[in-house]
Design a protein around this ligand. Structure first.
Ligand code: ZN
Length: 366
């Protein structure tokens, strides 16, 4: 892993009112605005004192540069620019630059490959060790309180409150699918399951690599839901132990990894409203999902044409990751959602606002 890319700088650059209109006329002005709204500006960075470089998705991908703001010089490699010396791509980039935030989107190929890799591992992970171990231990007649044992890579103990299980490689092998992420040296990820007969849940933890799995506490609280009941030495704030190279792709991977980790415990009953298969990259995929009647159609609002994940470098040194996914969990609202995560400089990730772009009402599991 490299030492990291230099952090993109942000600038507030605003082209004088009227310049874009004078250069391109109302038609190019409107088309350029539409391009921006459609999510066609794929990346934007500020360079030097007064220049911006961007890439825009038109007939194909075009590079656009703008230099100087009082008397801006534009450059685009599209045929329209060749003919007219100006184009809608220039307008889209000028308008995007006004927002003063450098960003990059993650390509379709890259997202598809990552999703495919994660799905392949989901099929191999024991979906609900709590349930399986409960059955096994019952059959073996060791289910009375205090019974302890091992099952594959898991250690378990029957407590009065429920079955408590340590271990399992699900979280570790999951991290292996995120090639841009690694765990801080000297630590490891492990898992703590709790199963009470009706269902269970899982909480991943980080612990020193050389520490043995601790004894189960006699605390009667379920530490999956009440983390203060976790034994000493275990940390549930996993995000700050994940090292990456601060490239846009690595931020995106971290956002997805943290969701998947939380979701491991919900594989089997689909109660989580996060579904990696629900990630959509184009408006047409949203249409297709609706047409397949997987979702109850209500109202198709202004959905951008392109929904690529976006990584933005904010002025306060935090990094924002947003993307789109379709969701319809048990007892949750189905629809198109756009979560926004805030990655703090220290590595903590806050799952920020989650916008509902299309509300499709109570829905089935996708
Ligand atoms: Zn152009």
């Amino acid at each position: 892993m490299g030492t990291g890319k230099k952090r993109p700088k942000n600038k507030k650059l605003r082209i004088k009112t009227g310049v874009l209109l004078d250069l391109g006329g109302i038609k190019k002005q409107e088309r350029g605005k539409q391009y921006l709204d459609d999510g066609r500006v794929l990346a934007l960075e500020f360079s030097g004192a007064d220049a911006v470089k961007a890439s825009v998705l038109g007939e194909k991908k075009y590079s656009v540069t703008i230099t100087g703001w009082d008397a801006p010089k534009f450059r685009c490699l599209c045929p329209s620019f060749e003919n007219d010396g100006f184009c809608k791509h220039c307008v889209a980039v000028a308008l995007a630059a006004e927002q003063g935030v450098a960003f990059e989107t993650i390509s379709k190929t890259y997202v598809r490959r990552l999703v495919g890799g994660i799905n392949s591992i989901k099929n191999t992970v024991m979906p609900n060790p709590g349930c399986e171990i409960a059955h096994t231990s019952n059959e073996m007649g060791v289910a009375e309180t205090g019974a302890v044992g091992t099952h594959g890579e898991y250690q378990y103990r029957q407590t009065e409150k429920g079955l408590v299980i340590w271990g399992g490689s699900a979280a570790k092998s999951l991290l292996g699918k995120f090639v841009l992420l690694r765990l801080k040296d000297g630590f490891r990820i492990d898992g703590y399951y709790f199963y009470d007969g009706m269902g269970g849940n899982f909480r991943p933890v980080v612990m020193p690599a050389d520490m043995d799995l601790p004894d189960w506490t006699d605390d009667s609280r379920n530490p999956v839901f009440e983390p203060e009941a976790m034994p000493d030495g275990l940390d549930i704030e996993i995000a700050s132990y994940i090292i990456h190279d601060h490239t846009p792709k690595s931020y995106f991977q971290k956002s997805i990894f943290l969701r998947e980790l939380e979701d491991i415990g919900a594989f089997w009953h689909g109660c989580s409203d996060w579904h990696i298969k629900g990630i959509v990259l184009e408006k047409s995929e949203v249409y297709d999902a609706i047409k397949s009647e997987k979702y109850g159609f209500t109202e198709f609002k202004n959905t951008p044409e392109f929904l690529f994940p976006k990584v933005s470098f904010l002025a306060d040194d935090s990094v924002e990751v947003s993307f789109f996914f379709l969701s319809g969990g048990l007892g949750t609202t189905s629809g198109l959602f756009k979560p926004t995560d805030i990655h703090q400089p220290g590595g903590i990730v806050q799952f920020g606002k989650r916008e509902c772009i299309i509300d499709m009402g109570p829905g089935p599991i996708p």
